[in-house]
Design a protein around this ligand. Structure first.
Ligand code: SAH
Ligand code: SF4
Ligand code: F3S
Length: 443
């Protein structure tokens, strides 16, 4: 029996894709290997969002090449595949810099893996590269999604039409497509039957979802959330990542009406300066963003927000940056991801004048992160003493310890028997740091 090993970089969509690729390989009678060195097939699922990610891929591939050579010396074949967003953008680079790679597939063509592998296993040959934006949807060709976890991802939408001037995603994932309601519900029901309690709906721009219903009518995310809400046994629903300008009134209302919807929303704003937002081609101002937050809070006062920020975008002045700090003070995000602007070849911002020095980017990032972390810590400290439902997802670092998530996506560690894995258990929070909570089982 052949063994496979998949290493995943990048966002939750890539984690989901890797899970679906594992499904293809399981279906072909393969088995997951514990380490790359024991695998007949090694797959890297890659991310192109920032410069460092690509360089890291090539250095990791160098190490994998070594494994391939060591195994070859012991008379064993190793096949190496690269999939994901780097392939879509840098297929020629991969062929040039890593000719030992056997196949490279973009994020929209990995459903073609079975044929490619059958050929490879029988007759090897030249590197196969497939970066087509296919007419067919990969979801119609993948084997059914299975999960043995209490918490599952479910992709409902892929691609992005927003073309923020710094971002590669519209080029790597293509234009927006949505899966039909029927297929999403079937996948959700299957996951719940297999023990999933929480579903996290995924899309690069998830709230622009516009899938067809059973009668061919286009439906939005709010409609889909109401349909998912009807699934018995499903206890928690999340969705990510949302685009502020596409937050509709009926989606806001879902946060009042649907109790299964967790009180945490990731809503990237990127900057607090209207001049920078405009140069980024974001379809919202800072004031509009704050208004959306206010309306969401009105629908559910318990909502906590997280966001993404970019500092050092071309032309960003000290004044612009201050406006970002100001916006953070106004929202008080309970979690956030912040990045130095990374120049991506082929995107409009890469050619803009006013590129910011690395030193200034670094300074701004450190100031912003200090502020973001202080709000995160404040929120976590305010949780101490509360008893909250935690979905235990993994084993902790210590024996007898489990790690799970609170409704607010906080990581929580507790001493707990492993039979509580994949269950929702009430936990009394005892301690908090910026990144995690610890607590005691309360029931
Ligand atoms: N809407 C997407 C965003 C993907 S990229 C989603 O589904 O998550 C995640 C974040 O990376 C963005 O919100 C942005 O903050 C950051 N990012 C994207 N391109 C970047 C670049 N060129 N430099 C720095 N950060 C970037
Ligand atoms: Fe990229 Fe902007 Fe689309 Fe997000 S909304 S994926 S940042 S282009
Ligand atoms: Fe990276 Fe592609 Fe996700 S570029 S962030 S893996 S959509």
């Amino acid at each position: 029996m052949k063994k496979y090993y998949i290493k995943t970089f990048g966002c939750q969509m890539n984690v989901y894709d890797s899970h679906r690729i594992a499904g293809i390989l399981d279906n072909m009678g393969m088995q997951e290997a514990a380490a790359a060195g024991q695998a007949d097939l090694i797959i890297f699922n890659t991310c192109h969002i920032r410069e460092k990610a690509t360089e890291k891929l090539f250095s990791d591939l160098g190490r994998i090449h070594q494994i391939k050579q060591e195994r070859a010396a012991a008379g064993k074949n190793t096949f190496i595949g690269v999939v994901g967003c780097v392939v879509q953008a840098e297929d020629e680079q991969i062929a040039k810099r890593a000719p030992f790679v056997d196949f490279a597939l973009g994020p929209l063509t990995y459903h073609r893996l079975p044929k490619i592998l059958e050929n490879l296993f029988c007759c090897q040959g030249q590197t196969i590269i497939d970066t087509e934006f296919p007419a067919e949807s990969k979801f119609d060709f993948l084997p059914e999604n299975h999960s043995n976890s209490g918490c599952s991802f479910l992709a409902i939408q892929e691609g992005c039409n927003n073309f923020c001037t710094y971002c590669v995603v519209p080029y790597t994932r293509g234009i927006e497509t949505s899966r039909p309601i029927k297929n999403v519900l079937a996948e959700a029901r299957r996951l719940v039957n297999e023990g999933t309690l929480e579903i996290n709906l995924l899309g690069q721009n998830v709230n622009s979802y516009h899938g067809e219903d059973e009668h061919g009518k286009e439906r939005n995310l709010a409609y889909l959330l109401h349909r998912l809400n009807e699934i018995d046994g499903l206890q928690r629903i999340r969705y990510t990542t949302s685009y502020p300008a596409d937050v509709t009134d009926d989606l806001i209302a879902c946060h009042r009406e649907i109790k299964k919807l967790m009180p945490y929303l990731h809503l990237p704003v990127q900057s607090g300066s209207d001049a920078v937002l405009k140069a980024m081609n974001r379809r919202h101002t800072a004031a509009q963003y704050l208004d959306i937050i206010a309306r969401l809070k009105e629908a559910n006062p318990d909502l906590g927000f997280s966001s993404d920020f970019i500092v050092g975008f071309p032309g960003e002045t000290d004044k612009d940056f201050e406006k970002t700090l100001n916006l953070v003070d106004q929202v008080g995000f309970i979690q956030a991801f912040s990045f130095k602007y990374s120049r991506r070849p082929g995107t409009p911002a890469a050619d803009m004048s006013g590129q910011i020095e690395e030193k200034i980017k670094k300074e701004r990032l450190s100031i912003l992160q200090d502020k973001l972390f202080s709000y995160q810590l404040k929120f976590n400290l305010a949780s101490v003493g509360k008893t909250v439902p935690v979905l235990f997802e993994t084993k902790g670092r210590h024996p007898k310890q489990l790690c799970g998530r609170t409704p607010y996506m906080q990581n929580l560690y507790a001493e707990a028997d492993k039979n509580l894995l994949n269950k929702i258990i009430r936990v009394k929070i005892k301690n908090a740091t910026t990144n995690a909570l610890s607590g005691e089982i309360a029931e």
